[in-house]
Write a protein that binds this ligand. Structure first.
Ligand SMILES: *[C@@H]1O[C@H](CO)[C@@H](O)[C@H](O)[C@H]1NC(C)=O
Ligand SMILES: *[C@@H]1O[C@H](CO)[C@@H](O)[C@H](O)[C@H]1NC(C)=O
Length: 277
C-alpha cells in the first residue's frame, strides 16, 4: 500500500510539472507579423503600447536609426519647437546626462558621440535582448530572421541611447508622482516615428512570428508571459508540494497507527493461519 501511494505522489509531482510547462507555451499565441499588424503604422503604434506614433512628415518624425555624423533627431526636436535635452530623462539603464562612449562602442554606433546609454548595457544583440528579463525577449515565438531582428536591435538602441526619447516620457517630470505606484520613469508615450522606418520594419518581419496576444501589444505579451511564468507554474508547483507533503504526513500517520496496533497486541494484519483459526 505504501509503495502504491508513494508512486501516486511521484506521478502527481511529475504530471504537475509537465502541465506547468505546457501552460507557458500555449498561453503565448504566435502568429506571423503580417497577420498581427496590417501595416507599418499598426506595428509601430500597437507593438509599443502607444509609446510611438506613425508620422509621415519627415521634419516632425524621429528615426530609430541613422548614418549621419550628426544626430538628425535633434533637428526634429527643434522643428517641434523643443530643445534637444541635456539630461537623460528616461530612467531604466540610462546615464544621467548624454555623453561620448569609448571606441569599442559599436552595436549602437550612431549614438557613440552623444548617448544616454553606456557601452556596457548595449554591448551586443544578446545583451540588448536580455536587458529587461525573459518576458521582453523579442524571439519568444522562435528565432527571428536577421533582417527582422535588426529592427528590434535598432529600437532597443534608440530607447536606451537617444537623448530626445526622454522628451516623450509617459509621466514627464511635471506630472511624475514618485509615491504613485502606477507612475514610472521608463515608459514613453506618443513619440512621432518616421513612417518609412515603420513600413520597412513591417516588410522586414513579414513572415517572422511574434506574440499575437492583445493585437500584438508587446507590453501585454510581456505581462502575460510573466503571469504564466510566475503564478502559473509556481502556483501549480506549490499546490503539488503541499499535496505531496500531505500524502507523506498521511502515510507516516498510517504507518504509526499500524506500529501502535502491532505493539499493543492488536495487529491490523494478522498472519494468515491466525486469521483462519
Ligand atoms: C511638416 O512639418 C513642418 C514642421 O512642423 C511644417 O512646417 C510643414 O508644413 C509640414 N508639412 C506638411 C506637408 O504638413
Ligand atoms: C501622489 O500619489 C499618491 C498615491 O497615489 C497620492 O495619495 C497623492 O495625492 C499624489 N500626489 C499628487 C500631488 O497628485
Amino acid at each position: 500500500m505504501f509503495s502504491t501511494l508513494l508512486a501516486a505522489a511521484i506521478l502527481f509531482f511529475t504530471d504537475d510539472l509537465a502541465a506547468a510547462k505546457v501552460v507557458v507555451e500555449s498561453d503565448i499565441p504566435c502568429k506571423p507579423f503580417h497577420e498581427i499588424y496590417a501595416s507599418g503604422r499598426e506595428l509601430c503604434e500597437k507593438m509599443w503600447d502607444g509609446s510611438f506614433v506613425y508620422e509621415t512628415n519627415r521634419s516632425r518624425a524621429y528615426t530609430m536609426w541613422f548614418f549621419d555624423k550628426d544626430n538628425p533627431n535633434d533637428e526634429v526636436t527643434r522643428n517641434l519647437g523643443l530643445s534637444p535635452p541635456s539630461v537623460c530623462h528616461l530612467r531604466y539603464l540610462h546615464k544621467d546626462t548624454p555623453g561620448p562612449e569609448p571606441d569599442t562602442f559599436s552595436e549602437c554606433h550612431p549614438w557613440k558621440d552623444h548617448s544616454c546609454c553606456t557601452e556596457d548595457t548595449v554591448s551586443s544583440v544578446q545583451k540588448l535582448k536580455e536587458s529587461y528579463g525573459p518576458e521582453w525577449h523579442w524571439d519568444r515565438c522562435g528565432p527571428l530572421t536577421p533582417a527582422c531582428e535588426r529592427f528590434f536591435v535598432q529600437e532597443a538602441c534608440f530607447y536606451e541611447c537617444e537623448p530626445n526619447a526622454g522628451l516623450f516620457r509617459k509621466y514627464p517630470d511635471s506630472d511624475y508622482n514618485s509615491s504613485d505606484p502606477s507612475h514610472n520613469r521608463w515608459q514613453m508615450s506618443g513619440m512621432p516615428i518616421w513612417s518609412d522606418f515603420c513600413d520597412a520594419w513591417h516588410r522586414a518581419c513579414h513572415n517572422d512570428k511574434f506574440c499575437a496576444h492583445d493585437d500584438g501589444n508587446f507590453f501585454s505579451c510581456a505581462a502575460k508571459y510573466q503571469e504564466t511564468a510566475t503564478t502559473g507554474p509556481t502556483e501549480g508547483l506549490t499546490v503539488g508540494i503541499v499535496f505531496g507533503c500531505l500524502i507523506i504526513v498521511a502515510l507516516i500517520g498510517v504507518l504509526g497507527f499500524l506500529v501502535y496496533r502491532e505493539r499493543t497486541g492488536q495487529p491490523m494484519f494478522k498472519p494468515l493461519e491466525q486469521q483462519v483459526s
